[in-house]
Design a binder for this molecule. Structure first.
Ligand code: LLP
Length: 437
């Protein structure tokens, strides 16, 4: 059969029916490292990081900055790659901060988000030298000012603003609306009030504003609407408080292609469109161009990832349903269980075979919701021991993996220049037991 439409990313190829990822034979990688296995294409990560970094610099010169939203995929090697590519990072917890710090990331380029930082988080982030805190709400600002005062420092902060934009993606990641748990809304007056508060505190230095309207966004008009609202807000803060924002972060969220019928997006072209609008808007309201930040996660790492599984049970319930069980599941990919997210699943060593069976590809957790993907077309004679590949698994997979059912997490193996290396080793049963007294 013709499987060319299944090769939905540029880093996928085939030889004699075997799937190659980043130019490497997936069956050989499964043999070498075992399954389940997260593979990541380092060249693709770098390529995507450069698209953001280079395009923002092309559009805004030294005022254009890309931050990697490391919640999408966080381990030491990722921070080292981002540092090499000249990106800053968005970190959201002490764990992400510790990982970046240990990786030798220049922490002055780290931006600490999170909608509820504890006093301990705040102190730890300051001790690690995190450059900027992105503050979610007034109590947090008070806490940061107090901790900074105790330490005798002045902490640079940005304020997270809720612009009130509905990005038309699924609700669970739709964060820019007024009723969001994140940030201070403009329309309620909260955004102006928290700005005044920040300006009045001695141990914080206000550097500007941040917003994030949601994830898996394909349409640059959403960012244009965001810029429209945020630049008006900057002007309002200048008029109301005499405060000229130095930085504006318009968030992350460009979408990626999980299945063939989804679009691919020309990120550079889209950024240029948004930048052109921003320049016009800034000139129209008559403020100085701020430093402009974007903080993508998914679109930097998603299609740089692929997961390999070994098939176990193939269960055909005559007249009802077929199941193909794999040696991973919702513990390494919770995204169908959580969001009903679509995926492309391929028989990695038999791409050309007739796919005459429809089956749910399921995991090995004791839970019926443990589904990687329903209704997948697979060869009817699929048997135990065969290899399945799930595409586009670089974002929100390793970072959302769990030990439910005390299942160890897979390793992350990086592919680079025809070679492979372990970035995160496979968890062992000893790791699973390590915390138990
Ligand atoms: N900045 C902020 C403040 C964010 O909250 C996020 C994502 C990003 C940037 C990066 O967005 P991205 O470029 O990755 O779309 N677990 C969900 C996604 C949650 C996104 C949370 N925030 C999923 O698996 O789809």
């Amino acid at each position: 059969m013709d499987f060319s439409k299944d090769l939905i990313c540029e880093n996928l190829t085939a030889e004699e029916g075997v799937l190659y990822f980043a130019g490497q034979n997936t069956a050989a990688l499964a043999q070498k490292y075992g399954t389940p296995l997260y593979l990541m294409d380092e060249d693709r990560i770098r390529q995507q990081a450069r698209v953001y970094h280079d395009t923002l610099q092309e559009c805004f010169g030294e005022k254009g900055h890309a931050l990697y939203a490391s919640k999408a995929c966080s381990f030491k090697r990722m921070y080292a790659i981002m540092a090499e590519e000249g990106l800053g990072v968005d970190v959201v917890s002490a764990g992400e901060i510790a990982t970046a710090y240990k990786a030798g990331f220049p922490m002055e380029n780290a931006y600490f988000h999170s909608s509820n930082k504890t006093d301990a988080d705040v102190a730890y982030a300051m001790d690690c030298g995190v450059g900027t805190f992105v503050v979610d709400h007034p109590e947090e600002l008070t806490a940061i000012n107090a901790v900074a005062g105790e330490k005798g420092v002045v902490q640079p902060v940005m304020l997270r603003i809720t612009p009130g934009i509905d990005c038309h993606t699924y609700e669970a990641v739709n964060t820019g609306k007024v009723d969001s748990k994140f940030g201070s809304a403009i329309v309620t007056g909260d955004a102006s009030r928290i700005t005044a508060q920040a300006l009045s505190l001695p141990n914080v230095k206000l550097c500007g504003f941040h917003c994030h309207i949601g994830s898996q966004v394909f349409d640059s008009s959403v960012y244009i609407a965001t810029v429209d609202v945020m630049v008006d807000f900057l002007k309002d803060m200048l008029d109301t408080h005499g405060y000229a924002a130095e930085k504006l972060d318009i968030g992350g969220g460009y979408g990626v292609r999980y299945i063939a019928c989804e679009p691919t997006i020309d990120i550079a072209a889209s950024i240029r469109e948004v930048a052109a609008y921003m320049k016009k808007k800034v000139a129209a309201v008559g403020i100085e161009m701020p430093h402009v930040y974007m903080e993508p996660g998914r679109s930097i790492v998603a299609d740089a990832g692929l997961t390999l599984y070994t098939v176990g049970a193939v269960k055909k319930i005559e007249g009802y349903k077929n199941y193909v069980s794999v040696d991973g599941g919702m513990t390494d990919n919770p995204r169908f269980a959580l969001y009903g997210a679509p995926y492309t699943v391929l028989p990695a060593t038999r791409l050309g075979a007739d796919r005459d069976m429809t089956a749910d590809v399921v995991g090995r957790c004791c839970e019926s919701g443990d589904i990687i993907q329903p209704d997948v077309a697979l060869p009817g004679d699929m048997t135990r021991g065969e290899l399945l590949a799930v595409l586009t698994t670089g974002a929100y997979h390793y970072s959302m993996a769990s030990n439910y059912n005390r299942i160890p997490r897979p390793p992350v193996v990086m592919l680079r220049d025809g070679e492979s290396y372990v970035a995160v080793r496979r968890e062992t049963l000893e790791d699973i037991l390590a915390l138990d007294e």
